[in-house]
Design a protein around this ligand. Structure first.
Ligand code: PLP
Length: 435
């Protein structure tokens, strides 16, 4: 079929705006009449630099990034790479802060005493806090445990514990057990697999006057640029591009500059190995935020073509929404999500939305097809789900199968999914429910 005949709801890689695909295709063949593909051009060329500068400029506009306080950079890590990178960089920053304080208090030349003090402080104070609200924050917390050991990882909340062992809720903030001295508080703003999205920035992650800064890291891989945020609430915002930003192969990060300055000397880290694995605070050089930022994202080869796709997406949002910025996209995302959820809610005997109403994702709409309610909860009807999916496919509605780990149906409503495609899906939901 032609692209116009297909409505794609894949969870990632995800749809791109058609004009972006067309423009990227031209750039892949002959970029800007240079006679070369953009994929053949040096990442250090003025051409590549312009693509990078344009991406940063557009993103700064869209999210109102305060560029005197924050650095925007791009790297190859993917969301998964950022699980490790964010942890390593922030544990490193924690150690460096303590090391500098010890040097300031004990004086220069007291290396042994500094080392002993920092070791003690690591053992008593180091914690990486994780809010586990879905499969991706769970993976991030598992990576933290792998890198620094379970002793230093604090699962501040595991949402499954208040929901019969399944994701689908965000427990009240009064139940979160945050550490007083955390090196980072990690959460995933939108859980792609489980369809759980934080409705807003959590009150208890805000730094109150007189408190030490809360160091918040957020995974925005699957709801990047879908609503207004206050960048200053975060120390690290990251996201893989392949949902709302572009194609796989590039990852965006927005990082507070004060963190970039806090890099411990590797030799100091090597001496801490009796209390902390060196890998817990010493990222591979291409994952060092400070190195990437100080080299303007060009420490190693940046995939410039992939970046260009993101640049086009960013620029198209800037020109579409102007002064409204991301708030304009937010309104559209909300309208589209509401259309699907309202349709699902109209047929409670047929459709069961998996996550709790208060935390329903606007990006990944996860539901089951049920046959009546059983005594112990919802009873999914897998045969009818299959029939729903094959009927959808016949109508050109693709990519609706739920994640393999949870089953069911998942309709991903990313920014590039047009309202008319959402309407087509709503029509099929209605037709199916009435059949
Ligand atoms: N975080 C979230 C929220 C995701 O949805 C994904 C991928 O789907 C990842 C992280 C992992 O991203 P990647 O496959 O780029 O490593």
């Amino acid at each position: 079929p032609d692209r116009s005949e297909v409505a794609y709801f894949g969870a990632g890689p995800a749809p791109l705006p058609t004009p972006v695909i067309e423009e990227s295709a031209k750039a892949f063949v002959n970029f800007d009449s240079t006679g070369l593909s953009l994929a053949e051009i040096s990442h250090r060329s003025p051409t590549a630099n312009k693509v990078l500068a344009d991406a940063k400029e557009a993103l700064t506009k869209l999210y109102d990034v305060p560029t005197d306080e924050y650095e925007i950079f791009f790297m190859q890590a993917g969301g998964t790479g950022e699980f490790s990178a964010a942890l390593q960089n922030l544990v490193g920053a924690f150690i460096e802060k303590r090391r500098r304080k010890a040097v300031a208090e004990l004086g220069e030349g007291k290396d042994d005493q500094v080392l002993e003090r920092v070791k003690k402080e690591i053992e008593s104070d180091l914690k990486a806090d994780y809010l586990v609200t879905g499969s991706w924050s769970l993976k991030a917390s598992q990576e933290a445990t792998r890198l620094i050991g379970s002793k230093y990882v604090n699962v501040a909340i595991d949402a499954r514990k208040s929901n019969n062992g399944k994701f689908g809720v965000i427990p009240p903030e009064s139940e979160w057990k945050l550490s007083p001295t955390s090196a980072l508080i990690y959460y995933c703003d939108n859980e792609t697999v489980d369809g759980v999205e934080f409705p807003s920035f959590p009150e208890s992650l805000k730094t109150k006057p007189g408190e030490d800064d809360k160091i918040v890291v957020a995974d925005f891989s699957s709801n990047f640029l879908s609503r207004k945020i206050n960048v200053r609430d975060y120390s690290v915002i990251f996201g893989g591009a392949q949902k709302n930003l572009g194609i796989a192969g590039i990852t965006v990060a927005i990082v507070r500059k004060t963190i970039l300055d806090l890099v411990p000397p590797p030799t100091f880290l090597h001496q801490l190995s009796s209390v902390l694995p060196t890998s817990g605070a010493l990222p591979p050089i291409m994952f060092s935020f400070s190195t990437i930022a100080s080299n303007n994202s060009l420490y190693n080869t940046l995939p410039v073509f992939n970046l260009y796709v993101a640049t086009l997406v960013l620029q198209s949002l800037v020109s579409k929404f102007g002064e409204e910025k991301v708030a304009g996209q937010e309104e559209i995302a909300n309208t589209k999500a509401k259309l699907i959820y309202d349709t699902l809610d109209s047929y409670p005997d047929v459709f069961y939305v998996v996550p709790d109403k208060s935390v329903r994702s606007r990006m990944n709409i996860c539901f089951r097809i049920v046959t009546g309610k059983s005594d112990d909860g919802v009873k999914p009807d897998e045969a009818r789900e299959k029939a729903f999916l094959s009927g959808a496919e016949k109508r050109g509605l693709l990519g609706l199968k739920g994640h393999r780990s949870v089953g069911g149906i998942r309709a991903s409503n990313y920014n590039a999914v047009p309202l008319e495609n959402v309407q087509k899906l709503a029509n099929w939901l209605t037709e199916f429910a009435n059949s």
